[in-house]
Design a protein around this ligand. Sequence first.
Ligand code: ZN
Length: 260
Amino acid sequence: MPIRTLVWNENRHEQTNALVRRLYPRGIHGEIAAVLSGPEVTVSTATLDEPEHGLASERLEKTDVLVWWGHAAHGEVEDAIVERVQQRVWEGMGLVALHSSHFSKIFRRLMGTPCALSWREAGEVERVWVLNPGHPIASGLGAYFEIANEEMYGEPFSVPEPMETVFISWFEGGEVFRSGMTYQRGAGRIFYFRPGHEAYPTYHDPNVQTVLRNAVKWAHNSAPAWQRVNEAPNRPPDKAPVPIKVKGPRLHADGEAGYR
Ligand code: ZN
């Protein structure tokens, strides 16, 4: 079964900025979709201005990995839809959060921290170092790769400690940044990947494209969806796997509903 991937983009800069339109005539989402599409991956796209931001429940249920690009319109993403996406991540949908999506509602909610950083737009060199050459997301890359023009993101990046740090970036102006990090929330695998400022042709870069393809494969959890992720059932003493004698007071009746 191919990995069912949905590329989501707020798709605003493409409409308001001629430079971005020239770099990405089919939109950032269209470019990334073309990069990812292949025999092992089926790709569709969704944008902010579609009904339900293109993220209807039925659509998310058929999505194995969601790729997210947002920047100027994070606040316009409806909270109910953010919760819906979070639920699907808990159930096992992968999430690849790109560049300025560090400040998206969905990423901040899943991290539980401010996800703040410093930044500078100067078209400087970004040298992306591979810290974990054996990691599947780094497959096919050398010791490092360079992007000739990028926006700088600098530490401290206020995210939780990741499971793995796959990349760290050095910028011409001197700062460093953890530019590829993995997380898991519930059954859902999350990868944050830094490059991708809309004013530069970053998603045309072959190394960046390799990372995107690898990231979708890594984020795919092939186990069946964890449908009962929100259930907290009471398991009374007589249902314990090993017979147990009740000691001390009992405040909850057998058969009482789980915690809510
Ligand atoms: Zn940017």
